[in-house]
Ligand binder design. Sequence first.
Ligand code: NAD
Ligand code: ZN
Length: 247
Amino acid sequence: MNKLIKKTADLILSSKKTIALTGAGISVESGIPPFRGKGSLWDKIDPMEYAHINSFLKDPEKVWKGLLIEMGEIISQAEPNDGHKGLALLEKNQLLDTIITQNVDGLHQFAGNSDVIEFHGSFAWQRCLECHKPLETTKVDLSKIPPECECGGLLRPDCVFFGEMIPEDSLWRSRKISSECDLMLVVGTSAVVQPASIMPEIAKRNGASVVEINPEETPLTDRITDCFLKGDAGKVMNQLVSALGIK
Ligand code: NAD
Ligand code: ZN
């Protein structure tokens, strides 16, 4: 493992443009359960039943009660862990340009990263299905479920449900920087949710190196990854940060 950490540190130091792609796994050590893998949210509930846009539109009360209220509580109590903090340190030392995250928890910005593409939107905001007005999630009145906008319209989180399109600008910019980078750090993603999982492929095809940090192998590991750092994001990032000697 020490050799792989050293190899990754060298890749980071020699790279002109490093970006990161993160997934639910990086927030596990902050107490937010992932979608897949051990201890996942979907051991308890079926994603297609709760996180598909058609399910939400058909029965918003069920989705708010079975998923969204709990998600809001968990996210509001979560704080960045050493995985997020390590990526923030990389940016502070001009060793990381941009993070493409599939997470909706806002923890990268909380940790201090300034350029974060929220590929699947953000749970920090809700919007009204009628008048489209945004409302901060912390200000939503949950005494009535599903909660409503002041106009009486239904509120939905500003995240991408399964069955919805990725916002055009996020997709466009993610593809662009993936094709331009010479190193991509892929942290805590199962790499099975399209189109986010295409970004490492784009990077690789354009000559970039790919480093993966994950306690479990993914479909990328054998095919695309140059350096697989097996382990929890926080622990591995701490090792990387000390190998780089950055503060
Ligand atoms: P995923 O749930 O499909 O996969 C999680 C991955 O993280 C797995 O490969 C697992 O092995 C790995 N993992 C588990 N613990 C880890 C740790 N401590 N350190 C590093 N890796 C760890 O996640 P995904 O690939 O991001 O895709 C699922 C979708 O889930 C995304 O679209 C995202 O929007 C959504 N989601 C977001 C959050 C969040 O905002 N924190 C939480 C759950 C799901
Ligand atoms: Zn409204």
